[in-house]
Design a protein around this ligand. Sequence first.
Ligand code: G6P
Length: 486
Amino acid sequence: MPFDVPADGHDLVVVANRLPVDVSLDESGEPTWSRSPGGLVTALAPVMANAEGAWVGWGGSPGLELDPFVDEGMRLVPVMLTEQDMERYYEGFANDTLWPLYHDVIAPPQFHRQWWDAYRKVNRRFAEAAAGQAARGGTVWVHDYQLQLVPAFLRELRPDLRIGYFHHIPFPPLEIFAQLPWRKQVVEGLLGADLIGFQRAGDAANFVRVVRRLTDLTARGQVVTVGEGTPQQRHVRAAAFPISIDSHAFDQLARTPEVQTRAKEIRTELGDPEVLLLGVDRLDYTKGIRHRIKAYGELLEDGRLSPTETTLVQVASPSRENVGAYQQLRDDVELLVGRINGDYGQVGHAPVQYLHQSFPMEEMAALYLAADVMLVTALRDGMNLVAKEYVAARSDDRGALVLSEFTGAADELVGSVLVNPHDIDGMKDAITYAVHMDPRESRKRMRRLRRRVLGHDVAAWSHEFLSALTSVPVRDTTGDAPGDDA
Ligand code: G6P
């Protein structure tokens, strides 16, 4: 189906499930915008602010048809999702099928054919919106598991484009991925891209193995050949590009007098505990919040940590609240927190400060600075940017990071205390070790961590990905009606 190339198209188009801003309607029915949640937005906002690009995504509110508009130098193109799309595509296929499947089936994935149909339909809508924004020969960068079919749809609509895809979450081993009834269609969707980026080398290797076993295509090392021997022959590269944060901005923020003062205030408000432990997560079953709180509760019970001198602050920001597994998790976590505070609390002191809220970056930076030990104990996580934020905030070279080996960050963050969160005894030992760590050792570790986080920021990440994408040769389709060369 030929698609008109827009005359005023953009050389760079980002396509992600969410726009960098969320819409809400004020009393007069006028849309107002606020920054939307999630690591992806944090990662890409600084990159896009510098490029005169377009960002195609959902505005965060169902049923609203909104016109494109310009914000901070970038064109924002809202894609409409109906209430039913929300249920079937977003809460259903993306977050109750793919999310649990790709995270080691920690929760059982649900397979429903109606959800799959909605996922295809919505992916098609995103691809059409992107096709309508990109200049001839332009670059389109598609993001994450919600949009795995967009690369192939887009290639069909606009064969002139250079298409990149980045997968922010883990890519599972073949044995797990193969459960997906639509596994072949998903692989073919992704192979519409020229470059497929993953967080870890292991994710890219999983993907290439899936291609070898589920298709007849040839894969040599990182490169898969599509349409071999035909005029449409192309090479698709699958490789690791570990994402990062705007580390320097975060470092600067944490150095401001306001944040420094606030960090001290937080400790005072908590009653000046000797030891302050911190967990910061979206309230998600992949994050190992239950395992972490269980280990903490046992340390109090064993007397290895003093219930009166220790506080665990657990920030759990609300997430995907219409999905059953998230509702169950919230109940489980809140029961556990209540038990520990009931058993070990005193008037005026609760050993767990549980905050089911989201906070602005300034408050997060102050919390990171206030904490003696940061606990990142995910059961599976593509990268985990919280670990990197904690490190970026610690220009005092103090603090210790307890980090799950099942995060992408564990590949890079040498200097953290690595744990297997399934091993509660091992985690208890690691937390105790981090709490009592010799200050010289913790300084040495933190310096090493900071060298990595400050030396590889989100700008380096996007630069590496986009340069690799630019070096992919693109067929000249000038003069052809796009889509005509099949
Ligand atoms: C993860 C995903 C992102 C997603 C974010 C927030 O980081 O990789 O794609 O945007 O979670 O989740 P939400 O469902 O609220 O967009």
